[in-house]
Write a protein that binds this ligand. Structure first.
Ligand code: SF4
Length: 217
């Protein structure tokens, strides 16, 4: 049984990939990009311990009576828990094949593509769309599903190519989701530069304040 550190999982996610998706955020990232808005995912000892098998059962349960267009794997840095990532990818692909499902798998990484190709070729064979490279805040611009323009959306399979057909690389459809859970507010999606500061100022102007924000820890 493979167990790993999970930051969170959510369904439906509609702002990180095409359609209605399951979002899975791995806990732990040593890359520490300047301007990262997900600093709550950095601590490798944070999050919750969960078995890959249990996470897969959750995926099946939440999508059982609804449409599932894709699965988005993010973090944190998924490739810093490579055994769990591989086990999860294998199980997702097996589930898709056995049930004749048609979802794509999109995976983010802050590592350069070259390093991923050299060290994790087995993983890459199971990913339909890969978004590699670290976030570079000073280059940030409104792009579809990405924070900075050095981060390509790479179609790794025929399914990935189909999922990207007809999409503009600039993000007229870029959006933001909010989820409130366990006394915390989760923002899902990729904010434009300055969005989080503007949101904090708006909250403050209404007599409230945010504690422990992940973009300014
Ligand atoms: S943007 Fe991604 S890769 Fe970069 S520090 Fe944040 S979680 Fe890590």
């Amino acid at each position: 049984m493979t167990v790993f550190n999970l930051n969170k999982a959510h369904y439906p996610v509609t702002v990180l990939g095409r359609g209605r998706r399951i979002g899975i955020w791995f806990q732990g990232c040593s890359i520490h990009c300047t301007g990262c808005v997900s600093q709550d995912t950095w601590d490798h000892h944070g999050g919750a311990r969960i078995a890959v098998d249990d996470l897969l059962e959750w995926c099946k349960a939440v999508s059982a009576s609804d449409r599932l267009d894709g699965i988005t794997l993010s973090g944190g840095e998924p490739f810093e828990q490579p055994d769990a990532l591989l086990a999860l990818l294998e199980q997702l692909v097996l589930w898709r094949r056995q049930q004749s499902l048609d979802f794509d798998i999109l995976c983010y990484s802050g590592f350069p593509y070259r390093r991923l190709a050299e060290q994790f070729s087995q993983h890459l064979k199971l990913i339909d769309i890969l978004c590699p490279e670290p976030y570079v805040g000073k280059l940030a611009s409104p792009l579809l599903w990405r924070g900075s323009p050095n981060q390509p959306l790479l179609d790794m399979t025929k399914r990935g190519t189909q999922a990207l057909v007809g999409l503009e690389s600039t993000a007229s459809t870029r959006g933001f989701q909010v989820d409130v859970r366990d006394g915390r507010i989760w923002f899902i999606g990729i904010p434009d530069r300055g969005d989080m500061a503007r949101m904090e100022a708006l909250v403050h102007s209404r007599g409230m304040s945010l504690r422990g924000v992940s973009w300014n820890l």
